[in-house]
Design a protein around this ligand. Structure first.
Ligand SMILES: *[C@@H]1O[C@H](CO)[C@@H](O)[C@H](O)[C@H]1NC(C)=O
Ligand SMILES: *[C@@H]1O[C@H](CO)[C@@H](O)[C@H](O)[C@H]1NC(C)=O
Ligand SMILES: *[C@@H]1O[C@H](CO)[C@@H](O)[C@H](O)[C@H]1NC(C)=O
Ligand SMILES: *[C@@H]1O[C@H](CO)[C@@H](O)[C@H](O)[C@H]1NC(C)=O
Ligand SMILES: *[C@@H]1O[C@H](CO)[C@@H](O)[C@H](O)[C@H]1NC(C)=O
Ligand SMILES: *[C@@H]1O[C@H](CO)[C@@H](O)[C@H](O)[C@H]1NC(C)=O
Ligand SMILES: *[C@@H]1O[C@H](CO)[C@@H](O)[C@H](O)[C@H]1NC(C)=O
Ligand SMILES: *[C@@H]1O[C@H](CO)[C@@H](O)[C@H](O)[C@H]1NC(C)=O
Ligand SMILES: *[C@@H]1O[C@H](CO)[C@@H](O)[C@H](O)[C@H]1NC(C)=O
Length: 843
């Protein structure tokens, strides 16, 4: 009763720290942070419930081997269960099986009984028989030729037998001493077990306090997340919306680049066009001069001459080709467009975009401002839960129950201490009894040894049976005394041994061995064994719920694995406080706090209307009206339509065909002028850095402008559409994103509670109030009962039994040998012819 009350109190104390969550099946977003609750302070248990018998283990093993020979059957689980269930009533119906199982024991016990009963009877008859001078009682010995040989043989055999008996006695003595000496180990074991129970009781409140104190970790994390709601929640909303907003604003930003590039290109076109125009206009002027002058010169009368007419005509016909090829003056300039672009660029679009970005990046602050109430609410909830967690432990008097438990242990301890003197006394009596039994055998052994000693020492080769010496005669008498004591004691010994054998052997076979193979637990855990109304005894006894799956074996093995007593004893059955620490309640509370949450991002303006107008104006600058084809055509033309050097050479050659005169001179002069123009103006236009660069710049810029103007309307439209979409998302459709991110944020916070409760549950199952001491108590009982007591006891009867059995041959050999030692009254007259062919057994 004391134990039951103690256990129930213990359960109270333990469960008071329990937090439970049976709702953990609902999937939640995995918490980003794994909380570290550290290690639960653990008690160190001292008991080592293990026993190594040492040298005497050899004797134990011999005894076990003997028991195995006597009873090799495996543990009869079914039979034991049936017998136990029927309160031994089943023995009547199952006696055949019982006897079959016990056959070895029955046979041995029967032999032992036979021995016990017959030996005194035989002893009596033998005594009477000898008194009537029969059975070797007559002091006469027939002489035989082989007497010496027979005597030697008998001596040897008796000596051997005596040694065997000695060994048996020593074995019994050792077992006896072992049992006494194990008393000290027993005290040590009991003490360390009680100390472990103390540790268990002392450590548990600290462990529970540790569990409770770790709520601070949860609190810190939740507070951290609440205080950084802007960064965490706002940041995530920002990131999520940013997937649309960033590209849109970046699109606008890239348009400012395009504007600047367009302006540059227009300027480049303007400048290089001027440069090229300047150069070509000058060249054109000089070429016109030469052309006019040549035309004048060809009006010379020599040309009318039929000989020269052809030549003059040829020259005149080539004159129109003396002209520039690329006519940059024919191109319309881009000043108009440039002005308009400059007008557009007066608005700083980049800055407007920056403002948009800044407004958008302010999301975390917006979130922080708009969730202030909710954050406060959750903080209050956090403190609520915290005070619930701490006050709840106070509802159950953990400390006082454990103090009571400790008191109970101390009480038990002192009770145990009190019975030690009695135990010692009992052990002393037991020791005396055992030693007395040993002494009986030792007495017989003494007579045997002394008899043998005297017989051997007093042997005289020449003495006849009637002339044997006094020493030899004493030896024979001593042997006979030994025989007498053997008859007196051996039946007592055998009786005691049979009783011990039956008890010890069966206990070993039915309790100790099945305990080691754990089969005993199967018997104990048989449903409805102890109480036919209860399926399982332990939960039925503790909780009045016999259906609970709590068996002796599960309890024992859980405790042996050093699990927490909460899970080992299924204490949740009695103190199920899931209702108090229900995560779904926390989830609901937290969710309710978040219910009113509204984050409104309508204040964010990505692109002000000025910026949009600016973009539209940019499409209206008219760069698409530029005649790109004309530009490119002119750029790709050469400087002059014909090669001037070529022209000059041909002019020279034609002049040579004319007769000498003013015309020829004039033509040659013009040819030189043309060469001059080529050197002074065409070559620079073709080769000098200034014009080459101007042309290539013009080429590139025009091409760039052409590209830009072709996709400009589409790009601006797309950029504006993207900005509008992003703006719409923020202003009207952010709820989806916000809700989604808020849910994740909420789940993170709930996840902290969940982690805490999960941790508490695993800690309770594995680390708090680990119940190794309970399994140690069972193991200790096994060591005390089986290894200390039973093994010693079994070895005692084993040794003594061996000795007692060998008393039989010892008696026979002693009687026969005594005949050779004692001095006879009469003797045969030595007769060589009488051959003793009829040696008969005389007892
Ligand atoms: C315009 O001219 C400048 C200087 O010559 C040059 O660096 C730039 O690349 C040109 N721009 C274009 C669009 O050709
Ligand atoms: C070049 O173009 C201008 C303007 O179109 C024109 O007046 C002039 O005659 C042209 N010159 C040549 C050589 O074609
Ligand atoms: C705290 O405990 C009280 C009483 O048990 C309960 O009404 C309340 O809901 C609990 N608070 C929380 C946050 O669980
Ligand atoms: C502890 O023992 C005292 C006195 O024996 C008793 O009054 C008290 O109720 C016990 N405490 C618990 C929690 O059972
Ligand atoms: C503890 O309570 C919860 C719900 O209140 C229940 O699901 C669970 O089975 C209970 N545990 C025991 C051992 O009764
Ligand atoms: C937890 O609370 C919910 C709702 O309040 C309830 O339905 C559920 O049964 C509770 N669970 C436990 C184990 O008490
Ligand atoms: C081109 O004409 C200019 C004046 O119009 C004159 O100064 C220059 O010498 C001429 N160049 C040649 C090579 O005739
Ligand atoms: C103009 O540019 C194009 C492409 O860059 C090139 O193929 C072409 O040769 C250039 N023309 C001149 C006159 O530089
Ligand atoms: C709002 O956003 C959600 C998710 O991005 C999208 O499925 C829904 O079509 C959007 N609604 C509108 C009107 O744009």
């Amino acid at each position: 009763m004391l134990w039951k009350t103690g256990l129930i109190f213990l359960c109270w104390g333990l469960t008071s720290g329990e937090l439970q969550d049976r709702q953990s099946g609902t999937p939640a977003a995995p918490a980003r942070t794994t909380l570290d609750f550290g290690l639960v302070p653990s008690g160190v248990y001292d008991t080592v419930a293990y026993y190594e018998p040492g040298a005497i283990g050899i004797l134990f093993n011999m005894m076990h081997a003997f028991l195995y020979v006597v009873q090799p059957n495996p543990f009869p689980e079914d039979l034991v269960i049936r017998v136990a269930k029927d309160k031994f009533g089943a023995i009547q119906s199952e006696y055949q099986k019982v006897i079959y199982y016990e056959l070895g024991f029955v046979v041995c016990a029967a032999l032992g009984l036979l021995f016990t009963v017959l030996l005194p009877l035989v002893g009596l008859l033998f005594c009477l028989c000898r008194c009537c001078d029969n059975c070797g009682g007559e002091m006469h010995q027939r002489q035989r030729k082989n007497a010496d040989c027979l005597r030697g043989l008998l001596t040897t055999l008796l000596l051997t037998t005596t040694f065997i008996i000695t060994a048996g006695v020593l074995c019994a003595y050792a077992a006896n001493q072992n049992l006494s000496s194990q008393l000290k180990s027993m005290r040590r074991l009991v003490k360390s077990n009680l100390k472990d129970l103390h540790t268990f009781a002392n450590q548990t409140p600290a462990q529970i306090d540790y569990l409770i104190s770790k709520y601070d970790t949860v609190k810190q994390h939740v507070l951290h997340d609440l205080e950084n709601v802007g960064v965490i929640l706002g940041g995530r909303i920002h990131e999520e919306l940013g997937k649309d907003v960033q590209p849109a604003l970046n699109g606008v930003l890239s348009m400012t680049g395009t504007m600047r590039d367009t302006k540059d290109a227009l300027e480049n076109v303007s400048l290089s066009l001027e440069t090229l125009q300047e150069g070509t206009v000058k060249l054109q002027a000089n070429l016109s001069l030469v052309r006019g002058s040549l035309s004048n010169a060809l009006n010379d009368p020599v040309c009318t001459h039929p000989q020269s007419f052809e030549i003059c005509h040829n020259i005149r016909s080539t004159l129109p080709k003396l002209e520039i090829a690329a006519n940059y003056s024919s191109l319309t300039d881009v000043t108009n467009q440039l002005d308009k672009v400059n007008e557009v660029l007066k608005t700083d679009l980049g800055q407007i975009v920056e403002k948009g970005f800044a407004s958008f990046n302010d999301t975390p602050n917006l979130v922080t401002d708009q969730t202030r109430n909710i954050v406060e609410g959750v903080k209050v909830l956090l403190d609520d839960v915290g005070s619930n967690v701490t006050t709840f432990t106070k509802l159950f008097p953990v400390h006082s129950t454990l103090t009571n438990f400790t008191k109970m242990i101390s009480h038990t301890h002192s009770q145990i201490e009190d019975i030690y003197p009695q135990v010692d006394q009992m052990d002393f009596y037991r020791w005396i009894c055992c030693i007395t039994l040993c002494c009986m055998v030792v007495l017989i052994l003494t007579f045997n040894f002394l008899g043998l000693l005297c017989g051997i020492l007093g042997f005289d080769r020449h003495a006849t049976p009637t002339t044997r010496g006094c020493v030899s005669n004493t030896g024979g008498n001593l042997l006979m005394a030994g025989v007498g004591f053997s008859f007196l004691f051996s039946w007592v010994l055998m009786g005691v041994i049979t009783a011990l054998f039956l008890a010890g052997g069966n206990l070993e076979k039915l309790v100790c061995e099945p305990f080691q193979t754990r089969q005993l637990f199967k018997v104990l855990d048989t449903p409805n064994l102890a109480n036919s109304a209860w399926k399982n005894f332990i939960p039925g006894y503790l909780y009045n719920d016999p259906e609970l799956d709590l068996t002796a074996y599960s309890l024992y093995s859980n405790c042996k694995d050093n699990r927490g007593i909460y899970s080992a004893l299924h204490l949740d059955k009695v103190f199920n406080i899931s209702a108090f620490f229900n995560t779904s309640v926390y989830s609901k509370d937290v969710s309710r706090k978040f219910e009113g949450m509204k984050v409104d991002l309508r204040g964010i303006i990505l692109l002000e209307s000025e910026g949009k107008q600016n973009l539209i104006s940019f499409t209206e600058t008219g760069i698409n009206e530029i005649d790109f084809a004309a530009y490119l055509e002119e750029v790709n033309k050469g400087v002059t339509r014909i090669d001037l050097v070529d022209f000059a050479s041909r002019l020279d050659a034609q002049a040579d065909q004319l007769s000498k005169g003013t015309l020829q001179t004039s033509l040659k002069g013009h040819a030189n002028t043309i060469r001059q123009i080529h050197i002074q103006q065409v070559i620079p236009l073709e080769k000098s850095m200034k014009y080459v660069k101007a042309r290539s710049t013009l080429n590139q810029s025009i091409r760039l402008l052409e590209r830009t103007s072709s996709d400009l309307p589409v790009r601006v439209r797309d950029v504006l559409a993207a900005v509008d979409a992003a703006q719409y998302l923020i202003s009207h459709n952010a709820t989806f994103v916000i809700n989604q991110e808020t849910e994740k944020y909420k789940q993170t916070i709930i996840g902290y509670f969940k982690q805490y409760i999960d941790w508490i549950r695993t800690s309770l199952a594995l680390e708090v109030a680990t119940c190794k001491p309970l399994s140690n108590i069972v193991d200790t009982a096994e060591i005390l009962g089986c290894s200390f007591l039973l093994d010693s006891m079994n070895t005692f009867w084993f040794g003594l039994g061996c000795s007692t059995l060998f008393l039989l041959p010892s008696i026979i050999l002693s009687v026969k040998l005594a005949k050779f030692y004692r001095r006879m009254d009469t003797e045969d007259v030595y007769d060589d012819s009488s051959v003793s062919g009829t040696w008969h057994f005389t007892l």
